[in-house]
Design a protein. Structure first.
Lengths: 159, 305
């Protein structure tokens, strides 16, 4: 068991996981400062409410899920205040067409997260299943559907 | 366009160069504030126990009242987890206070309360998904304080189960659940956060606690009428609570979507089947149409026809 809740442990997690979690948060948030806020809040949560991690894998999975949840919450709050950044908005917008990162950000969370973890972080389908608490079959389906949505949004195949 | 373009775009995101430094400083300051607050809480609590001692002397309270005052309430547990929104949710009318205790081996396991709904938590709410939160309390029966550093909490599982659905198909893992832990005064408080179980409210919904990991035939049985129970041969601390859900909240369409999204056959959810003793592995193969996934028996084993 890896205890959290101490300043020393949380600072280690900050050094070890910040870069990966910031990139992941950016699959949900187009604002860099919002992404940084989301990741900081996840680290601070560990200080306020320690979680007992079984091992490094459990630690990584918890951080990834908490970051996605927090980033989605921030995004939803922003969407209530502003125009939606959903896929439909891209489909209706005449010009310009989004680049690939913007298109991934416009995907629903369940597709964007698996696309990013697979194509940027290099995790296998099975590993993503473990990280997100999903079956490998579900991850495979989400990857395929996410790619298909990107193809429609960008009007071209991504190789 | 290719995935290298995506990787380059992500690498070009202009994150603050001093993000780690600023965050570590923030952690440091927050830890200092928490330390001060903890000292204040300790002082308040000492006063509280003195009040209890006086009450005990005149025998003016019941055992259940004692238990209620001895433990943190579900709202307090959520507050200490840094989730004031959830804390408020546990105080609302639709939250259920249970306070049911099972003694098992040398542990007392108490289901304190639960609440279900959308947007209840400031941490894990998702716009399109309702969640259920439950607080369970673990204590040592002989009065020995439980310490998260020593108590092997990760050897234990808290999981929802649903009558009529096999324990290996509807559980902590498939419901995207997690448990956050908090230890105070020798008591361990477990805050379970799971996809809402209210959609199953027209079935009996359980909350199980047991020593072990993923639910299996060695742990649970499911009778023909769908009732779930611990297997007779199961050893180790265990408890099974029935959740008092409002049947009108059942959502069979959501249950259908849950099964469909899982990618598994319907039979896997509803039929126990014969125990073939076979273990399985997932294999992934790249094809022109994407990944092909097979779940196959481990090497040297053959599935029965």
């Amino acid at each position: 068991m890896v205890p959290t809740g101490t300043e020393e442990t949380v600072c280690r997690l900050v050094r070890e996981y910040s870069d990966m979690l910031l990139r992941l948060a950016c699959t949900r948030l187009s604002s860099v400062s919002d992404a940084e806020d989301a990741v900081q809040e996840v680290f601070l949560r560990l200080l306020a409410a320690p979680v007992s991690f079984r091992d490094a894998g459990h630690e990584r999975a918890w951080l990834i899920r908490a970051t996605l949840h927090r980033a989605s919450d921030i995004r939803r709050q922003a969407e209530k205040r502003n125009l939606p950044l959903e896929e439909a908005a891209w489909q209706e917008a005449p010009e310009p067409e989004p680049d690939l990162l913007q298109a991934v950000q416009a995907l629903p969370e369940k597709y964007g997260a698996v696309i990013h973890l697979h194509y940027y972080e290099g995790y296998s389908i099975k590993e993503i299943g473990t990280l997100l608490g999903l079956s490998a079959a579900t991850v495979g389906t989400r990857l395929a559907r996410g790619r298909e949505r990107l193809r429609k949004m960008l009007k071209e195949e991504i190789r | 366009m290719n995935w290298n373009d995506y990787r380059k775009a992500v690498d070009a995101i202009p994150f603050s160069a001093d993000f780690q430094e600023r965050t570590e400083e923030l952690v440091h300051r927050t830890a200092q504030i928490a330390e001060i607050e903890k000292e204040c809480d300790t002082m308040k609590k000492r006063g509280f126990y003195r009040v209890l001692a006086i009450a005990a002397a005149v025998a003016m309270f019941t055992v259940s009242a004692y238990a209620a005052s001895r433990w943190l309430s579900p709202a307090q547990v959520a507050e200490l987890h840094g989730d004031p929104a959830l804390s408020q949710a546990f105080e609302r009318e639709n939250a259920v206070r249970i306070g049911q205790t099972v003694q098992t081996d040398d542990l007392a396991v108490t289901l304190a309360g639960l609440v279900s709904g959308e947007n209840l938590s400031g941490w894990t709410s998702q716009a399109d998904q309702a969640r259920t939160y439950a607080v369970m309390i673990l204590e040592s029966l002989d009065g020995t304080p439980l310490d998260m550093e020593d108590f092997p909490i990760t050897d234990y599982t808290f999981t929802p189960l649903v009558a009529g659905f096999t324990p290996w198909s509807v559980n902590n893992w498939t419901l995207d659940a997690g448990v956050s832990l908090l230890e105070q005064d020798g008591v361990i408080y477990c805050l379970l956060d799971t996809q809402s179980v209210e959609m199953f409210a027209d079935h009996t919904v359980y909350l199980a606690f047991y020593q072990g990991r993923v639910p299996s035939r060695d742990t649970f049985t499911m009778a023909e009428d769908g009732t779930i129970a611990f297997a007779e041969r199961f050893e180790g601390p265990h408890a099974l609570f029935t959740l008092p859900l409002d049947e009108s909240k059942a959502d069979p369409a959501a249950v259908e979507r849950f099964m469909e999204d899982s990618g598994f056959e319907r039979e896997w959810f509803t039929t126990v089947g014969a125990d073939d003793g076979i273990t399985y592995t997932t294999r992934e193969t790249d094809t022109p149409d994407g990944k092909h996934i097979e779940i196959v028996p481990d090497e040297g084993q053959n599935a029965k026809p």
